[in-house]
Every structure is written in C-alpha cells, then in structure tokens.
Design a protein around this ligand. Structure first.
Ligand SMILES: [Zn+2]
Length: 406
C-alpha cells in the first residue's frame, strides 16, 4: 500500500526549564543557519561554489571545538544537522529553474523563526513527548495520532511552543468518488473564482485584524527602538500576526477540504503564467496612499494564501484519488469563455468581462476560471507536483500555449 505523510500540530505544556532549553537550542540552530548562510552568500558574491551539507557539517565540528562557538556543543547534533539540511534544501530550491518563485534563503531573526527538528531519539507517549536533552514534555492532545511518527518539529509562535509531529500512514488510494471537474482562478477582487460561477471572498476578519495591525504598527513607530515599551509593542504585533495566520489557515483548510472532496480534477493556472501576467492584470487600485498601502497588504496576504491553498489542494486531492492540474495558457483573462474571441478590449474593467464578438457578459474572474477549465479539459494541463513545484512537460504544444521555461 502506498504511504502518505501528514502532520499533527499540538501546543506544548512547557515549564520555564523546558522553555529555556528550547530557546537555547533554537538559538544555536538559528546561529548555525545564519552563519552558514552568510558564508555561502559571501562565496556567491565572489563567484565561488557554495558549501553544501557535507562541507558545512565539517565546519560544525571545528566550531564546536572553538571557544567562540563552543556553545554549539550543548545543542543536540541532530538538530544542528537538520538545520543545515534545511539550508541546503533552500539553496537547491532557489537555484531550481522549475521553481521561479523561490528566492535566496534569508537570515533568521531572534524570536521570529524559532524552530528545531528532531529526526530521531524521541518518544511519543499518550499525552507527552520525550525529546533528547530536554526530557518529557506534555502537550494538549486535541486529536488522536494515526500512523508512525517520523520526525518532530518544535516551533515558537508568539511566545508559545508547538510540536508538529510528521507521521507516515499507509493508505489505500481509491478512485475519487466524484467525476466532477472544476477550474479555479485566483481572483483580483475575491480570493478565488470557480468555473461554476461561485466566487469566494477572502476572510472578512482579515480586514478587522489588518486595521488593528496597521494601528499597532503606527504605535510601534512612535516608540523608542529597543526600549521596554517598544519590545512590549513588538510582542503585541507578533501575537496579532499569529492570530491572522490562524484565521487564514482555518479558512484555507476548510475550503481546500471541501473542494478536494467534491471534485476529482481541479484545474488552476500554472505558477509561471500567473507570475508573468500579474503585472499585466494590474492590482487593486484605490485612491489615497493609506488605503493603497492597505490594499497592498491585503493583496499580499491573499497571494500568500493562494500558494498555500494550491499546496493543500494538491495533497488533499492526492489523498482522495483526484488531482490538481496546471494550465499554461496566457489568455485566460482576455478570452471569451463562450465563443473563444480573444481581445484585450473584452476586459472592460478589472471585474467586468464583456465579449465584443458575442456579447457574453460575466465577472472577469469567473470567465477566466471557465477558460482554465476548458483549456485543461482539452488536454493541455499537466499535473502539479506538490513536493517540488516541478512540472512535467505538457503533452502537446498547441497554439496559444506557452512553452514551459526550459
Ligand atoms: Zn464571446
């Protein structure tokens, strides 16, 4: 039977001692990431090849023996090794031409990106976890764990510690219960538009939280950098970011679960096409600088959500025996989904689509979603790969279909 991987996330019941240890280990791991990253960035600047895992693992040994970096000895070696593997992965992804959205890895900031992973040496008991050099830690068990735990990642978000247990489960891949197919377009005015005419708004509570975020950030700018007040305000902002991410995650999971259950094939626009057409389509225009900035923020939140949404759809469809398919077709926003007439003029405004040839009128995003579905069904889609973002070559290269970047 094929195996799939899933993750369960639980909040840990930490005490001051565990927290101190977790902070220290995260600090060492972050130090190693930043140190290795800066060495590699320097090498890149000098046009030298970068150091991969094996070379960096050798450096760890030297650093551990030194006085300056001797503190690395306290941290479990496997945690440090995992961090280096993450860095190697990040570099490989960003050099991968098939993943145009990946950028160079960035430096991790204290208290913001704290995370460490244990690939072995842990034990999961009923309501507690044993971690090497940390000991037993209880957790809030919100659901039963099914499958074999392969690794545990500990993260800190807004002052609280979480454990993410990655498990492997054996599943029977069945045929998807439905035969329905649907096209989805990432909307400009809404989060997503569907070929059946449905339009999904973003989460309403974003707006509320964003207003609060903007307010708190203005307050932060008035405080003296590094002062106690400033730090307190920083924490308040990070809690707010955390809340927004929870609301967003909840929204995306509900939507992706529903779609993956009801449709066997889901067509979306290829990522490189989307990236290219983003500027041509324009962004939400709003008068007034403050509103514009907020619209930009909203846009970026929706955009981030869109990639995460695709990722969730892809693996959830896999579980159900369905598939997420990418369509590389450039004119989804200009073509009439009824008669096929393609012209920029069809697009009367961002929201409105009126065909100059046949008079077909519809919301522009829904029209695009219909085109995505039609193009997909005529066999010009390729399977979106959730692991690497790589795409397979399309079967045929017909007119109007862009060749994939080679
Ligand atoms: Zn038409």
């Amino acid at each position: 039977m094929p195996k799939i991987r899933k993750a369960y996330k639980f909040r840990l019941k930490t005490n001051p001692e565990t927290e101190a240890n977790l902070s220290r280990f995260s600090g060492s791991a972050r130090f190693l990431w930043n140190k290795s990253l800066s060495m590699n960035l320097e090498r890149l600047e000098k046009c030298q090849g970068i150091l991969w895992y094996n070379e960096l693992a050798f450096w760890i040994k030297l650093w551990k023996q030194s006085d300056e970096y001797g503190f690395l000895r306290e941290c479990p070696s496997q945690v440090l090794q995992q961090k280096l593997m993450d860095l190697e992965r990040a570099f490989r992804d960003c050099f991968d031409r098939k993943q145009p959205l990946k950028r160079l890895p960035v430096f991790k900031k204290k208290g913001m990106d704290d995370s460490i992973r244990f690939p072995q040496g842990f034990t999961v008991d009923n309501r507690r976890i044993f971690l090497p050099r940390i000991g037993w830690v209880g957790f809030y068990k919100s659901r039963e764990i099914e499958g074999t735990v392969k690794n545990i990642t500990i993260t800190r978000k807004a002052g609280k510690w979480y454990a993410s247990l990655q498990v492997e489960q054996e599943v029977e891949i069945t045929k998807h219960p439905s035969v329905s197919e649907i096209g989805i377009d990432a909307g400009i005015k809404c989060f997503a538009a569907f070929s059946d005419g449905t339009m999904v708004e973003g989460v309403n509570s974003f707006r509320k939280h964003e207003d609060a975020l903007a307010r708190e950030q203005r307050k932060l700018s008035r405080k003296q950098r590094g002062s106690e007040n400033w730090k307190r305000q920083k924490r308040r902002i990070s809690r707010l970011h955390h809340t927004i991410s929870i609301v967003r995650s909840d929204f995306l999971h509900k939507l992706s679960t529903e779609i993956s259950k009801n449709h066997a094939a889901v067509y979306v626009e290829g990522l490189n096409i989307r990236g290219m057409s983003a500027s041509a389509r324009g962004t939400t225009e709003a008068p007034g600088s403050n509103i514009k900035a907020k619209a930009g923020l909203n846009k970026s939140i929706l955009d981030q959500g869109w990639y995460e949404f695709r990722r969730q759809l892809s693996y959830k469809l896999d579980w159900q025996g369905g598939s997420l398919l990418e369509v590389d077709f450039r004119y989804t926003s200009q073509q009439c989904s009824k008669c096929g007439y393609t012209s920029k003029e069809n697009r009367r405004s961002q929201a409105e689509f009126v065909c100059l040839a046949c008079g077909y009128e519809h919301h522009a995003d829904v029209n695009a979603a219909r085109n995505i579905l039609t193009v997909g069904q005529t066999g010009m889609a390729c399977r979106a790969n959730r692991n690497s973002g790589r795409q397979q070559e399309p079967a045929k290269n017909r007119e109007g279909v862009l060749p994939l970047a080679s």
